[in-house]
Design a protein around this ligand. Structure first.
Ligand SMILES: Cc1cc2nc3c(=O)[nH]c(=O)nc-3n(C[C@H](O)[C@H](O)[C@H](O)COP(=O)(O)OP(=O)(O)OC[C@H]3O[C@@H](n4cnc5c(N)ncnc54)[C@H](O)[C@@H]3O)c2cc1C
Length: 454
């Protein structure tokens, strides 16, 4: 770079987390502007209690995404090292090892914030500068509040308040390459820290982790699908959605890049664009909710549900996980999930509802399964949506609204294309519940808790 007057002869450490991109990465830009030598680290932290260990599908994605990032950083003259350990100890130790005068990262919004705050304090104490930047969200959670200064609990006013804010900043380009060759600090190999799981045999046929795959998905969506999105997004066989979620999850593309690509598209005023941006709004709402409730994956926001008596049904749970419930749409979704690492949104809702409301199995068990098998599993959207379906979350679907999986199948897969693709044998399985009886049982269970304090 060479233009910044405060350029330090010492190195800068860039700590990558859920921001695996070189473009529109404010922490990377700041690091490159501050020092002649930048070293980047990805630390697999399976030790800190605030960090939820990654699921198997996520590990597959992360492995490939880091491989792509490694090559992109090399081209910029930056070494990406791989380490494992608890961040509170590991990051200050790496900063010392490379003799960094400053450490840079993009913000996180869940329980791991506490780790970042501790590290910042520790580094300052050691005379090392620590700087954090926005980038994972369109709007910082502390800037969106109602007139009383409280967070919104309902999506529509939340999103209206977001839209009344100044538009998200325009995305930044990647930095220019640094002058020299990348450093050669000791590093573990990617295979050591993230060995590829053996199960996801089909993932590579459906996905291309990394920024190049992210922009391809965005372009494909804008070129071919945005006009159909408003209606087509609900029909699983059509695939009329963006398929951006795992790319956004790992930060290979920033939400600002997606936002501005839509804003600049000829269809930016269309219903498709409006609905699509509001889906980004749901992502935002989930993260803002996590920011206020870091225990979202374990505690229902509506505390009445603490008293709900769930069924202990390990066999039922296994049938559901394997897509053998005898309900076509649900079985197709769960098998699509196992094979491809994703499930269509409409089907996620139907599958989750069958588990929680008809089978009366605790939503946390379904959430854990999705956490392990979804490529886009994230610590905000997954528990947020499970709580939404279960009826205990923010702006949740009321408990008495129980999806009927047969009606959903007739409505959204009338020609059977989706179900026949993923679960052609679904009729061979005996239904795990009687829909009418199980619905009545769920309503009785809810009646028992509805008078309790929220
Ligand atoms: C039970 C359940 C669990 C879910 N778990 C996750 C999860 O772990 N990670 C995840 O990203 N999404 C989750 N979703 C939301 C949604 O199903 C996916 O975001 C969507 O299917 C991804 O496909 P797409 O990228 O083609 O979406 P598109 O329809 O193209 O939407 C664009 C983007 O908006 C965001 N988005 C859309 N719907 C939602 C939503 N309901 N909540 C939050 N963000 C949304 C995603 O980032 C998505 O990529 C879950 C939904 C349910 C019902």
């Amino acid at each position: 770079m060479g233009t910044c007057p405060t350029l330090s002869a010492m190195g800068a450490l860039l700590w990558f987390r859920d921001d695996l991109r070189v473009q529109d990465n404010l922490a990377l830009l700041a690091a490159c502007e501050s020092a002649e030598e930048v070293v980047a680290v990805y630390l697999l932290d399976e030790h800190s209690p605030e960090i939820r260990p990654l699921g198997g599908a996520s590990k597959w994605w992360l492995h490939h995404s880091l491989k792509a990032l490694h090559a992109e950083l090399r081209a910029l003259g930056i070494q990406l090292i791989f380490r494992t350990g608890a961040a509170r100890e590991a990051i200050p130790a790496i900063a010392k090892e490379i003799q960094a005068s400053a450490v840079f990262w993009n913000r996180r919004y869940g329980a791991s914030r506490a780790i970042d705050a501790d590290i910042k304090q520790h580094l300052h104490h050691e005379g090392i500068q620590a700087s954090s930047f926005p980038g994972h969200l369109l709007f910082e959670p502390w800037n969106i509040a109602n007139k009383q200064g409280d967070p919104y609990k309902v999506f529509t006013p939340f999103w209206r308040a977001c839209r009344e804010q100044p538009a998200p900043a325009y995305p930044k380009d990647a930095p220019d390459p640094l002058g020299g060759t990348p450093s050669e600090f000791p590093t573990a190999s990617l295979d050591q820290i993230l060995p590829l799981p053996t199960w996801p045999h089909e993932f590579a046929q459906h996905w291309q982790p990394g920024a190049a795959g992210a922009f391809e998905a965005l372009e494909d969506f804008l070129d071919h699908t945005i006009d159909e999105y408003a209606d087509g997004r609900d029909v699983p066989a059509l695939g009329h959605t963006s398929k951006l979620s795992p790319h956004l999850r790992f930060g290979e593309i920033s939400p600002r890049e997606v936002w501005h690509a839509v804003a600049e598209h000829p269809a930016h005023d269309s219903e498709g664009a409006r609905v699509f941006l509001s889906e980004l709004g749901w992502r935002e709402f989930a993260w803002h909710t996590l920011y206020r409730h870091p225990d979202l994956a374990t505690c229902g926001l509506d505390r009445r549900f603490d008293a709900m008596v769930w069924e202990h049904d390990p066999e039922g749970l296994t049938l559901w996980q394997q897509g053998k419930t005898g309900f076509g749409l649900v079985d197709a979704g769960l098998r699509e999930l196992w094979r491809t690492g994703t499930m269509h949104n409409r089907v996620r809702m139907a599958a989750a509802s069958l588990l929680v409301k008809n089978m009366m199995i605790d939503w946390r068990l379904g959430e854990q399964w999705f956490w392990d098998t979804l490529l886009d599993a994230d610590e905000a959207s997954n528990p947020f949506n499970w709580q939404w379906v279960a009826g205990c979350g923010a702006d949740a679907s009321p408990y008495f609204r129980i999806f009927n999986p047969e009606t959903q199948q007739k409505k959204f897969d009338a020609n059977g294309k989706y179900v026949n693709r993923w679960a052609p044998d679904w009729m061979a399985h005996t239904p795990v519940v009687d829909l009418r009886e199980s619905r009545a049982r769920a309503l009785t269970a809810f009646d028992a808790i509805k008078g309790l304090p929220r």
